[in-house]
Design a protein around this ligand. Sequence first.
Ligand code: C2E
Ligand code: MG
Ligand code: MG
Length: 798
Amino acid sequence: MNKNVLHRLGKFIWPQHLRYQLAFIFAAIISTAIVTFSLQLSNEEAKTLTNELQKHSAALAENIASASAQYLLVRDYTSIENILIGAAKFPGIMHIEVTDIRGKIIGAVEKDIHQRIKPKYGVQALSPPANQDQSIIISAHKMLIWQPVNLSSTIGWVRIIYDLKPIEEMAAKIWENNLNKGGIIVIISFFIIIIVLHRPTLSLSRYTDFADQLNQNLGQQVEIDNHAIEFTRLGAALNHTSRQLKQQDDELNTLLADLRRVAVMAEYSPNIVFSMNRDGKIVYSNHQANLLMSQHQLSRDDLTRLLPKEFKKIRQNCFEKGVLKKNAESVFADITYLWSFSPFHEQSLLHCYAIDISERKRAQEELIKQANIDPLTGLPNRNLALDRLEQAITRAHREKHLVCVMFIDLDRFKTVNDSFGHSTGDRLLEQVAKRILNSVREGDTVARLGGDEFLVILDGIDAAIHSEHYAERILETLNHPFHLANNEFFVGASIGISIYPDDDTAPLLLLRNADTAMYQAKNNGRGGFSFFTQALNDEAVLRVKMETRLRHAIKNNELHLEYQPQVCAKTGQLKGVEALARWNSPELNIVPPTTFIPLAEDTGLILEIGEWILKTACQDLSDWMKLTPSSLSVAVNMSSRQFRSEKLIDTIKQTLADTGILATQLELEITEGLLLDDSPRTLEMLNELKAMEISLALDDFGTGYSSLSYLKRYPFDILKIDQSFVRDITTDPGDAAVCQTIIAIAGKLGMKVIGEGVETKAQLDFLAQNGVDLIQGYYYSKPLNAVDFAHYLKNSET
Ligand code: C2E
Ligand code: MG
Ligand code: MG
């Protein structure tokens, strides 16, 4: 017996086991059958014996009757006694009596307990039966036979009494015998059954144990018993079930793990999660929701106060239509929540999830603001301005009005910004914004487009001329000095005006036209306003055209250089040349450098053009030197974008190497504008060039801010006095005095001075007398092309 089963049952009690039970039942059935059968058998045996005895005794009685009839008639007692003694020898006979007809005993014998036959005397008369036939009476353990003694008539009776005990004992013996054999059969059958059932019950036990163990170890397999198809099938079924259970258990475990994960996620989610039943009662709230409840002293049901206004409808939709609702928002205690709701029909619950999107909202609002508002002045930016312009146009179209677009550009903002730093510039812009706002009507849009550019949109005006009033007011207010950082600034502005629908109907084009008109205002001498005209438009179109052409100018050989001699003021000896770029466009004719250089700057083309100029100038100098060797230098103008290029130093080195001219023969002209930002990079660059022994000239000195501090701070070798000073040097004592001071300071700082734009002898003399080193101007020569300059060079040698 398997240990597990024993363990399970505590101890082995055999009547509890199937095979014993079956064996007992079987034994009981067999026993009953055997007992019944034996009983019947012994009864029948007894019956047969009795019958035979009856037949035999009947015949014996008849014999005795016939033998004793004669003797009875004559009352021969002795013969009768002899007959009776002879007859009594038959086994079983207890008494034999012969009587006369009235029952008087004529002769009688009996057997004693030792079976000895003895005559019987003194027996009283018997009572023979009434009828004259033989009769047999069976009573307890005895059989009584009455036989009439007939001799023509009945003359007497023979009575025989048999003892039936031997027959009964024989029947009992048969019964006992049968019972003994049956008992052996029962015992043998019992053991046979036990043996036969041993294997099946063992299998059953094993399978049962296996089924028991499945609880602990799903998926295990039982060894299949093949001795009976039922057990094979049962084993296979158990194995299949075990596998199935294992698989289901695994799936269930995975599912449970997932569920647990989800439950933990929901519980410890940073978002608010709760579940509500159909009656609106909250049946679950997560950690975050509980935290919120304790923060605001809310009960669980108070969580509904967080829900969005349209929640009732959402709940109805969720439950009735099974709709998953997202993106509903609510605000509670200054926190904006974004909700999503999902119905869980199986449990009639509605799950509510809320994310705190306050930060995102703020960021979004900030973004919208950033996208539309200028952070410095708080004014609408270009984006919003265009939007407002569009709205104004729609209104004007409907109400048959005009819209005036004013493009305002400050005239001297850059100077302030560059000289006093960006924060001063920023304060200035803030004040400018306020002043412009105060100059227009409430409801008019004032926007900052960027830098020092502002835009005013005047809505609902009836005639273009009415806008003049506002333009004048703006200009007037901006002409007043600004007080910042203990300084007084005169900024001023130029305004370009375009009108809807006269100048265009599209916001962007109106803006562009106003911009164009503003340039016109600047060209007209700054500080004024200008209306957009078709001519201006043509100019703008020309600018675009020029830009397109300029892109192909180098490739198409449309650029060339002219060289203007720089001559010693004292001796008139040629010392160097300034290279000046020229653009001869087949479509635009001759375009002056004052036009195309700024354009090239704006478009970035200056990098390519500048490199070409540098290389060409150096190459030309190199060619002239082959003609007439001299220490002539060439001055090349640098634009600011070109100067800030990372490549410049490398390009210069490469050019010097390629053309074979010395670094000392190359001079770079830089205008003051480039120094205004006062960046360390500029100083670094200048020092690097200086270290290469390239000469540095400060061009157009006197036209910009003309800070004498630049002269000290930066390593310039040469200072070029601008022609605007030189022009009136002989007539304007102020100009003369300024020139003299500049020359003196430059001299003190060890710099050479070049007077530019010298056209007359008087100008030359003044400059020469005041210590100017070199003279450049028409007085000596206009700029010449390379070939002409080669002639000039030759002539100047001779
Ligand atoms: P800048 O560098 O000051 O050049 C001197 C300008 O004065 C030249 O005008 C020259 O032709 C002119 N000029 C010379 N002598 C006299 C004179 O006696 N009287 C008058 N009225 N003018 C005289 P240009 O060639 O039209 O150049 C104008 C400006 O264009 C230059 O001023 C310079 O700033 C720029 N520029 C010219 N070529 C180049 C170049 O190759 N690269 C760069 N970046 N700028 C250039
Ligand atoms: Mg120059
Ligand atoms: Mg100049």
